[in-house]
Design a binder for this molecule. Structure first.
Ligand code: ATP
Ligand code: MG
Length: 428
């Protein structure tokens, strides 16, 4: 009881609901995924862009769309001290396009290719696969409308997920047409929904007039049930969109990227045109999408930039990590632990440690007056590969004994960074 009370007192501060700390050794997996991503993006000519995590709220409303779930329900929006409405970014494309126009990046040779990685924020109910702070790795490629770019982007995503080690993932693609095909489809969809509208949730009833396409993305079970059999936009594509979509499929086949066409694939953002896609995993539960993206040919204009087509995707890093069933790395371990006895040895060891680190080694040392036994125990706990004991005697003779913690082999070596380095390198 007393212990629990104490625990409660000691735990006054906790991270916010749905917002998690990421600790070692899991951070190793994060680093590996980030490293693989950067490496692959580089080969396709993508450059990193680092954007703020907070933007004027309008940046998101204008682009994602007023009647989307993200804007209606999920945004972390608040008023700052200057009475401006600001929002923690729920996704990366809108801030990217804002920056693209602000810095005239459309003047760079096309396609302009950028990637980003970082946290996103959505006020959703935390559950498996859904956090309020989560991370995305995303790319954006602009300036080219040709379906070869769509196929290249999708193929790169597929290579990336494969290299990370994901298995059992399916790539679904579709085309949602352009502003030319939209009006006919919108009319057909409204026609289909008209008699059933009473069975839909209040949100959908409202969406019917403003943005009926959003009804297809509603997560309410009765709405899902009632919209079964709704017409699919893929049957309403104009000739140009049809040709574009055929191109995407042809090039994906040429590149041998396995994919299926899902005419019912709906994305939760309004800015998409033509190609949209999602990568799903059968090993995840209800939240089964690990990555998603699409083309946005009108978005740059929405931000007052010149007409510039674009396409991109974002990977949900937490979901990817939950699928790479790797045991977080066996511990990485220090090359050397310096045990010290006495003040003089301590002074020598802080200098020696620094010299060895500057030569590329991972060196840990003792910082206090603890006994040799406890220092050795510590070296063992942190899995130090080698240990050197520095006492008065060693300092006087200018020689130390290096002990290999695994083989228990002892080597005599001069008390000198270069000499110690040589011995350690020989062991590697
Ligand atoms: P979902 O239907 O799963 O909510 P979404 O359509 O809202 O996904 P996107 O906006 O397409 O998601 O974001 C791309 C990816 O980011 C998703 O496929 C998913 O992997 C990840 N993601 C989105 N929201 C969250 C969240 N709240 N927590 C963790 N990952 C998320
Ligand atoms: Mg969502």
């Amino acid at each position: 009881m007393i212990r629990n009370e104490r625990k409660k007192l000691l735990m006054r501060f906790k991270s916010l609901k749905g917002i998690q700390d990421i600790l070692p050794p899991e951070t190793h997996i994060w680093q590996r995924i980030e490293h693989i991503s950067r490496d692959i993006f580089k080969k396709y000519g993508y450059k990193e862009i680092r954007l703020p995590i907070i933007e004027a709220t309008d940046v998101f409303i204008r682009s994602i769309g007023e009647t989307t779930d993200i804007v209606e329900k999920e945004m972390y929006t608040f008023t700052d001290k200057g009475s401006r409405s600001v929002t923690l970014r729920p996704e990366g494309t809108a801030p990217f396009v804002r920056a693209f126009v602000e810095h005239h990046l459309y003047n760079e040779p096309s396609p302009q290719k950028y990637y980003y990685l970082g946290p996103m924020y959505r006020y959703e109910r935390p559950q498996a696969g859904r956090q309020r702070q989560f991370h995305q790795i995303g790319v954006e490629a602009l300036g080219v409308e040709d379906s070869k770019l769509d196929a290249e982007v999708i193929s790169m995503l597929s290579t990336l997920l494969k290299t990370i080690g994901l298995k059992d993932v399916q790539l679904e693609i579709t085309s949602i047409g352009c502003i030319k095909c939209r009006p006919d489809y919108r009319a057909a969809l409204k026609e289909f929904l008209r008699d059933k509208l009473n069975n839909f949730c209040d949100d959908c009833k409202r969406r019917y007039d403003i943005n009926p396409l959003r009804i297809l993305d509603c997560k309410v079970p009765t709405c899902i049930e009632n919209r079964k059999g709704a017409p699919s936009v893929i049957n309403f594509l104009c000739d140009d969109c049809k040709k574009h979509f055929e191109g995407v499929q042809r090039y994906l086949n040429l590149l041998k990227v396995p994919h299926i066409i899902n005419p019912n694939l709906v994305r939760g953002l309004d800015y998409y045109t033509r190609t949209t896609f999602e990568v799903k995993s059968s090993s995840l539960g209800a939240q089964n999408a690990v990555a998603a993206g699409g083309r946005y040919n009108k978005l740059v204009e929405e931000f007052d930039g010149p007409p510039t087509p674009g396409i991109g995707f974002a990977i949900g890093v937490e979901r990817v990590i939950s699928l790479v069933k790797e045991t977080p790395h066996e511990h990485e371990s220090p090359d050397l632990f310096l045990c010290t006895l006495g003040h003089e040895a301590s002074e020598k060891s802080i200098v020696l440690a620094e010299q060895l680190r500057n030569r590329g080694l991972w060196v840990e040392m003792n910082y206090d007056e603890s006994s040799l036994r406890s220092q050795m125990r510590k070296a063992d706990r942190i899995h130090a590969k080698n240990v050197i004991v520095l006492g008065e005697d060693e300092l006087k003779k200018g020689k130390v004994v290096m002990k290999d913690m695994q083989g228990k082999k002892e080597t005599k070596v001069e008390l000198d960074a270069e000499e110690i380095l040589k011995v350690l390198q020989k062991k590697k």
